[in-house]
Design a protein around this ligand. Structure first.
Ligand code: HEC
Ligand code: HEC
Ligand code: HEC
Ligand code: HEC
Ligand code: HEC
Length: 466
């Protein structure tokens, strides 16, 4: 009440405790919404889950409060109709020391509770943001990706949410609606095995990759050494040294090489006619000068055929970033030889290793015992061609194979070598060759080229590395 006896708030808001509570709730959530919105907009706090609070929880409380106000008014009217006296608020006389004590206690308890709840909320937000939450608690079916992500090498410091949840309300709502659907699948046990690729929704790469990698950076040429190991007794390596024309955008603004597709002024649109985006019969390019060119595979009619229409970005090539997996057991084994994790002096190790990794085991545990005993047996017999083999070296090899099995094969999710493959090449999947196949023709007769020199040069390997 003001001094002249008029109520500060219209009676509708305070006529009944329910209405008073509703008023408080609505006001508080509105104030918090504005505060959080400011905090998020100027970037003091940046967290995808802040959206949960700000765009889902607070609006829900706001609406709940709004609904409580008329409910309270209605309850008050009902009391009046039933001839009862209006709801009597207890009168608080702050001159009474006992009342003052209680009010003070209540005020302190409220502040303490608010602090506690806020701290718990912030903790919960951090936790939901953590890969442990994505990888283990919430999404059991994420185990394969979680394990891959942990092994790195490049993105172990980037949380799942950093690439899978966009910024702002849209990114948050998209991620959470899908996340909730996935959570339901986990609870009911009806989730797809393996998790399908590509994913239905991912945020624009400018919000994810773009935070750390400039699309415009000039990377130039990169040299990569590819090693294949033979199935012979000596596990003989064959090496290929390739120069990759990664390119990018030069300081003068001109773009070339692989990163030309994703450079600032270039737009590459395409139509994919299958779910895995493996078949791309139509491509349109708008280059930096604004010239447009369409490349079409013979027999494809863009007007009639359906298909998914997309604009190319980083992930059309880097689709396995952060959880790379590997295309085959051969590749996993060859890589382990190349960086010295597998002992090339064990006769026929490459052949045996690939065979053991390709066999099916119902669980990781069964794989461990089966691989260890098979390798032991092999080197006790046939494998001892060059004389007796040290048991410690055999044990080290089988440990490494078990480790590779644990990294790439997940029986419960039906994930194995080759389930998830990268598009940043053309040997494991068509990758670049989905478009670069000399079959996509423009009206002027030019094609999207497959000439090896478009993308790399094979180099002489210096004698020292052979
Ligand atoms: C550096 C960015 C990045 C990080 C970090 C990341 N992912 Fe991904 N993830 C991607 C991209 C890009 C795709 C492929 C999207 C596509 O092809 O549509 C993807 C796809 C997936 C898929 C779909 C299946 C597939 O392989 O295409 C799952 C499941 C997945 N990620 C889970 C996770 C989990 C769990 C984490 C954290 C442990 C994580 N991701 C961390 C970028 C990332
Ligand atoms: C939070 C920062 C961050 C984000 C987000 C991020 N990266 Fe990276 N990325 C890195 C770092 C750090 C490295 C390691 C750089 C190095 O080793 O020189 C890296 C390395 C890479 C590499 C080279 C190594 C490899 O794994 O092949 C590629 C390709 C790459 N990132 C692509 C992407 C793409 C595509 C996205 C978006 C889907 C993305 N990154 C998102 C920080 C990030
Ligand atoms: C046309 C396919 C393609 C597109 C589109 C593409 N990349 Fe790449 N990128 C590659 C290939 C292929 C490599 C070389 C991989 C290797 O070194 O083995 C590469 C290399 C890289 C590297 C490592 C460079 C280094 O220093 O060695 C990074 C980081 C990277 N890309 C980030 C990005 C980001 C971010 C985008 C989107 C803005 C993007 N790429 C778009 C194909 C592509
Ligand atoms: C969706 C189709 C598509 C995919 C997939 C694709 N490209 Fe391209 N690429 C094109 C088109 C279209 C051009 C431009 C052709 C022209 O204008 O003559 C092009 C041009 C290029 C160029 C020449 C750029 C320049 O002007 O310097 C390189 C290099 C290249 N691509 C490499 C790759 C690599 C490497 C991959 C796989 C990692 C790849 N592309 C995947 C469509 C694609
Ligand atoms: C459109 C670009 C493009 C064209 C055209 C192209 N390549 Fe490649 N090539 C790549 C990329 C990208 C990789 C993968 C690099 C990586 O894995 O980091 C690759 C990898 C390879 C590898 C290594 C394979 C392995 O072990 O993974 C060989 C060998 C190779 N290319 C040969 C060729 C030959 C021969 C031609 C000509 C018929 C050719 N390439 C044409 C882009 C291209």
């Amino acid at each position: 009440m003001t001094e002249d006896g008029r109520p500060i708030l219209p009676r509708a808001f305070t006529a009944h405790p329910v209405a008073a509570f509703g008023t408080a709730l609505t006001t508080l959530s509105a104030v918090l919404f504005v505060l959080l919105f400011i905090v998020e907009s100027i970037g003091i706090l940046e967290n995808p889950y802040l959206g949960l609070l700000n765009f889902v929880l607070l609006p829900a409380l706001f609406v709940l409060g709004l609904l409580l106000i008329p409910t309270g008014t209605w309850l008050a009217r009902r009391r009046a109709r039933q001839g009862k006296a209006p709801f009597a608020w207890p009168s608080l006389d702050l001159r009474d020391t006992r009342v003052r004590g209680w009010v003070l206690l209540l005020a302190i308890a409220t502040v303490a509770n608010t602090l506690l709840v806020t701290a718990a909320g912030v903790e919960a937000i951090h936790y939901m943001d953590s890969p442990v939450f994505c990888g283990q608690v919430c999404h059991t079916q994420m185990d394969p990706h979680y394990v891959q992500w942990q092994r790195g090498p490049a993105h172990t410091k980037v949380a799942c949410a950093g690439c899978h949840i966009g910024t702002g309300a849209q990114g948050f709502v998209m991620a959470k609606t899908r996340g909730t659907a996935q959570l339901m699948q986990v609870i009911t046990g009806k989730y797809p095995t393996p998790v399908p690729s590509p994913i239905e929704y991912r945020p624009p790469t400018i919000q994810t990759c773009g935070r750390c990698h400039g699309a415009t950076r000039w990377t130039g040429e990169r040299r990569r050494l590819f090693t294949d190991i033979g199935d012979d007794q000596a596990n003989t390596p064959t090496q290929t040294l390739l120069t990759l024309l990664v390119g990018g955008t030069k300081p003068d603004g001109s773009a070339s090489g692989f990163h030309w597709h994703a450079s600032k002024d270039v737009e590459v649109d395409y139509v994919a006619t299958d779910e895995s985006r493996g078949k791309i019969p139509w491509v349109r390019v708008k280059n930096a000068k604004g010239e447009v060119k369409e490349f079409v595979v013979d027999g494809f009619d863009a007007a009639k055929a359906g298909g998914e229409h997309r604009r190319m970005d980083c992930v059309d090539c880097h689709n396995k970033v952060a959880h790379p997996f590997i295309a085959s057991a051969e590749r996993a084994v060859d890589r382990a030889f190349a960086d010295g994790r597998l002992d090339a002096s064990l006769p026929y190790l490459r052949r045996e290793a690939v065979k053991l990794l390709k066999a099916e085991y119902p669980t990781h545990e069964q794989a461990r015992t089966a691989i260890a005993s098979a390798l032991e047996k092999f080197y006790a017999g046939e494998g001892a061609v060059a004389g007796p083999v040290d048991a410690g070296r055999v044990k080290a090899a089988s440990d490494l194979l078990v480790d590779l099995h644990g990294a790439y094969v997940f029986p419960a999710m039906k994930v194995t070598f080759g389930t998830y493959t990268s598009n940043a090449g053309h040997t494991d999947t068509d990758g670049c060759f989905r478009c670069h196949d000399d079959e996509h023709k423009a009206k002027d007769g030019s094609v999207i080229k497959q000439d090896c020199e478009t993308c790399h040069r094979e180099e002489e390997i210096a004698p020292a590395t052979q």
